[in-house]
Each structure stands twice: as structure tokens, then as C-alpha cells.
Design a binder for this molecule. Structure first.
Ligand SMILES: Cc1ncc(COP(=O)(O)O)c(C=O)c1O
Length: 498
């Protein structure tokens, strides 16, 4: 089968990207590592003056039989030992380790070869890429990769699309760059393709079309929803029809779980006898259905290894990744060298299979926490028709959806304004000793100039408010206690008898 090359999407680039010249110094930096070259060309400190001689790291050993939370004892049986030396004994890419003399040096703005090769193989294993010229680029996590995305594609005044409720840091980053984030309705299954198409079919021809859709397909932040494979295919077709890119921000992709089963006696956790079975169980990604380089995928180790690694990667066409790389040469240069040495040293010893074993273990843990959170919500929240719980199938978040008009003082004290009810509940909940956050904090409200038809922003449930909580951050006993406090607050606010 012939595998196609990606299409040229450079017409989406921002003025900044189009104006950027390659840094001439970066074009010769690779020669620093050529033993035949006496390198007098750049301001690189000698690694002799890096004070670290080696890094000694211990992590649990795949297949993690005691669970991923068990600390390694230090013995050979359950501990993966990594020693990363300072000095290079081989050429870049020849061993699995990134010596400190290289990782702590300038250069390799795409990422260190040993890190990139692991991530490339992982990406192809999971997403089975469908076009030839794709690649990966190391990032300092998705927050930074998103900021880069805005700069690579957007000018002030441009419009992008996003789920009507989306990760507030992403929205604020766009807003600060003068980018309008036009909201697309979503439901408990994520962004609604029919609504997206309707918005674009009726797009005001006087306004520039959106350059891309920013979406969090799995365990969406803040709604906890996950897009089905069918919806993704529909959305991809709409992107082709209306010609825009898709940016999938996927830090929660590997926190996919079994569907919630309320009846505990019928609960069986899915067991995977092979890692292939696990991979086959994963939701389709947008990048996996992309045949033309229209999708840019932002991946992060934050939720699967640790946020402080500040390490992630972007998957996309080489043409698009080049634009990111040239930007990074002027901004982050590259993610932390320590981080790349530690993560690549660990993952290359665990191997692809070992990393998948880790992710399977993580899935098990999150299943348990999600179940505990949803069990507690059903136990402690008022069983009233105006309160709706959506058990998530991925990610870290649950939401409690409330019909604000059910509040006894909706029309009087709160003048039929659902956001005033939302604020009042938030204050009550916090004073009851638990923090869940109001959905309105995540609302995208951008508008084009001239504006879109009013019908494009119409929502079917204007009085629906919601609160986002997480089961990720606390142990199970605290989780139950927090949910109990939330329940008590809601009983009181809505005057429901227990
Ligand atoms: C949708 C989304 N994107 C990005 C991030 C941040 O990711 P990172 O730690 O990789 O910057 C988060 C969460 O913190 C998130 O929910």
C-alpha cells in the first residue's frame, strides 16, 4: 500500500511564523558533536564544568506486579536501576541513554535522539500513523506546546474553535494573544459534530474562518466527557469540508477506563492478557485517522509520569513541526536535559512493553478512584431530578450538573440568572470544607468581527450549571469525605430533606 505524504498547510501559519528566519547558529550546532571538527563556533560551555558526574535513578520494574504505587525496594527483583553518566562513550542515538554532557548542553532543539526514538515508536504503536512524513518534537509539556501552537498559527484577531467549556489556561492563553475562541456546544459525549457543522455552514462570510479546532477529546477538562470514535471521524470530515486544522490536546489519553457500573456485584475490571489487547482497547485518536497532516497532537507525560518532568511531545507533519522547532529555537530551546536523560533512561529500560504495563497499571488505579468517587456521589448527593452525575470513562474529572432553576430562590434572589446560583453554591460548598470548581470558569465566549448568527451560540439547556471535581488528587478516604461535604451543602442549598 502506498502511504501518502501530508498536504501543505503552510497557508495557516501566522505572520510571526512566516517572518521567522532560521537561526544561522542552529544550522551548524550538530557539528559540535562531530569529532573531526574543531568547534570554535558557538557559546557552548565545556561539559567539564557541568558539576554532575552521573545520575542514579531507581524506579519500579515492569511488569509492576505489586501495582504502580509500590515503591521499589532497591533489589534486582523489583527495581529498575539507571545510571546516566556524564560523558558520551558512543555517538548520539547509539545507546539508550542521553549522557549529561549532551543533555545539559545546547543543541537538539527537536529533542534528544534517544528520547525521540522511544516516543516515535510509541506513537506508531498506539496511533498507527497513516501518512509518511510525520514526526515528533519534544516539548516542555502541553501548556507550553499550546502557547507555541497559538504562535505558530495565529495572528491577533484570528478565530479558533473550542469546546464551549474548555481548559481555562488554554482559553486565557489564546485570549491574551488576541485570539477569539468561538464556542462549540458539547454534551456528556463531548463536542457535538452536528452543532460544529451547523456553526460552520452558517458562518458569517464577512468574518475570517477559524484556523483550527482546539479539542480535548479524552477525559475533557472540565466536563470529563470523551469523544466517541464515530464523532471523531465526523469531526475530521467537517475539518476537511471547511478546511481547518485539528489540535488535539491529549494529556488524559492514557487515563481511559471501563464504563462505570453502579451495581458493585456486576463490576469486573477489564484485564488485559497482552499489551496488544490494551492498545486495541484505546479510543481512536484524531491523529490516527489523519491521512493528510491536518492534525497536531499534543502529548504529555504530566498525568502518566509526573507534571514536574515538564516533558511532552507533539506529533504532526514534518512541515508543521519545523515551524514549531524554529519557534522553540527562540523560546524554550529544548525541554530540560535532566528530564530527557531521566525519562529516556527509564523508558528505554522499561521498553515499549514495560511502558504499556505502566499505563495498564495506571488505568487500574484510576478505575478504582473513579468508581469510589461516583459511588460516593450517588450515596451522598440528593437523589433529585435536577442533579445529574456523569460518570466519566476517562481522565481525572467528574461533574455534577445542576438545573439552576430548581433553586427555591432562582427567580427571586437570583433574578433567574443561573450564574448567580452557581456562585452562591460555590461559596456554600467552599464554606462546607470542600473545593469543586464552577463550570463558568471554563466558558469560552469569543466572538468574531462581524459576529456570527445568534443561533450559532444558542444552547438547549441555558439553566444547566455544573461543578468540576477530581478523584485524582486525594486518597480514597478523603475523596469520600469531600463528596459527603458537597452532598451536605447541596441538600442545604436546595432545601431537600434527607
Ligand atoms: C487539557 C489540558 N491541557 C494541558 C494541561 C497541562 O499539561 P502539561 O502539564 O503537559 O503542561 C492540562 C492539565 O493540567 C489540561 O487539562
Amino acid at each position: 500500500m502506498t502511504v501518502m505524504e501530508s498536504k501543505d498547510f503552510s497557508y495557516f501559519f501566522s505572520d510571526e511564523t512566516n517572518a521567522r528566519k532560521p537561526s544561522p547558529l542552529k544550522t551548524c550546532i550538530h557539528l559540535f558533536h562531530d569529532p573531526n571538527i574543531v568547534f570554535l563556533g558557538g557559546g557552548l560551555p565545556m561539559s567539564k564544568y557541568f558539576p554532575w558526574d552521573n545520575l542514579q535513578i531507581e524506579s519500579p520494574l515492569p511488569p509492576f506486579p505489586k501495582g504502580i504505587g509500590a515503591s521499589p525496594s532497591g533489589s534486582k527483583e523489583d527495581t529498575c536501576h539507571v545510571t546516566v553518566k556524564k560523558n558520551e562513550t558512543t555517538k548520539a542515538g547509539e545507546t539508550n541513554d542521553i549522557p549529561l554532557s549532551r543533555s545539559l548542553q545546547y543543541g537538539f532543539s527537536q529533542g534528544q535522539p534517544e528520547f525521540l526514538s522511544f516516543v516515535r515508536e510509541h506513537t506508531d504503536k498506539i496511533h498507527k500513523m497513516q501518512y509518511a512524513d510525520w514526526d515528533v518534537l519534544a516539548t516542555a509539556g502541553n501548556t507550553s506546546a499550546w502557547e507555541s501552537t497559538l504562535r505558530v498559527f495565529c495572528n491577533r484577531g484570528d478565530t479558533i474553535l473550542a469546546e464551549r467549556f474548555s481548559f481555562s489556561a488554554s482559553l486565557y492563553a489564546a485570549e491574551a494573544q488576541g485570539v477569539n475562541v468561538f464556542p462549540v456546544p458539547l454534551d456528556e459525549h463531548g463536542l457535538i459534530p452536528e452543532k460544529l457543522e451547523e456553526i460552520l455552514d452558517n458562518w458569517n462570510p464577512e468574518a475570517a474562518k477559524p484556523k483550527f479546532l482546539y479539542t480535548i477529546p479524552t477525559g475533557q477538562n472540565p466536563t470529563g466527557s470523551s469523544l466517541s470514535d464515530d464523532r471523531k471521524t465526523q469531526i475530521y470530515r467537517i475539518a476537511q469540508k471547511h478546511d481547518f486544522l485539528i489540535i488535539e490536546d491529549e494529556p488524559y489519553y492514557f487515563l481511559q477506563m471501563d464504563a462505570y457500573e453502579q451495581d458493585k456485584s456486576r463490576r469486573v475490571q477489564k484485564n488485559f492478557s497482552t499489551t496488544e489487547e490494551f492498545v486495541a482497547s484505546m479510543a481512536k485518536s484524531f491523529i490516527s485517522i489523519d491521512t493528510e497532516g491536518r492534525v497536531v497532537r499534543l502529548d504529555s507525560f504530566s498525568k502518566v509520569l509526573g507534571p514536574g518532568t515538564r516533558l511532552g511531545w507533539i506529533v504532526g507533519s514534518k512541515q508543521i513541526l519545523d515551524a514549531y522547532k524554529m519557534l522553540h529555537e527562540m523560546t524554550i530551546q529544548n525541554p530540560s536535559g535532566f528530564s530527557q536523560s531521566i525519562v529516556a533512561g527509564t523508558l528505554n529500560r522499561w521498553g515499549q512493553e514495560g511502558f504499556l504495563d505502566w499505563l495498564i497499571g495506571l488505568r487500574r488505579e484510576y478505575n478504582e478512584k473513579r468508581d469510589a468517587a461516583i459511588d460516593a456521589l450517588y450515596e451522598y448527593l440528593p437523589r433529585s431530578s435536577f442533579i445529574n452525575i456523569n460518570p466519566p470513562i476517562a481522565g481525572m474529572f467528574f461533574t455534577v450538573n445542576i438545573d439552576a432553576s430548581a433553586h427555591p430562590e432562582f427567580a427571586t434572589t437570583y433574578k433567574s440568572d443561573p450564574e448567580l446560583v452557581e456562585q452562591a453554591i460555590y461559596e456554600k460548598v467552599v464554606s462546607s470544607g470542600v473545593l469543586v470548581v464552577p463550570g463558568k470558569w471554563f466558558k469560552s465566549e469569543g466572538e468574531t468581527q462581524p459576529p456570527q448568527p445568534a443561533s450559532s451560540k444558542a444552547v438547549s439547556d441555558p439553566n444547566n450549571i455544573f461543578f468540576r471535581g477530581t478523584y485524582a488528587a486525594v486518597p480514597l478516604d478523603k475523596l469520600r469525605d469531600g463528596v459527603r461535604r458537597l452532598g451536605d451543602a447541596l441538600y442545604e442549598v436546595f432545601g431537600v430533606a434527607k
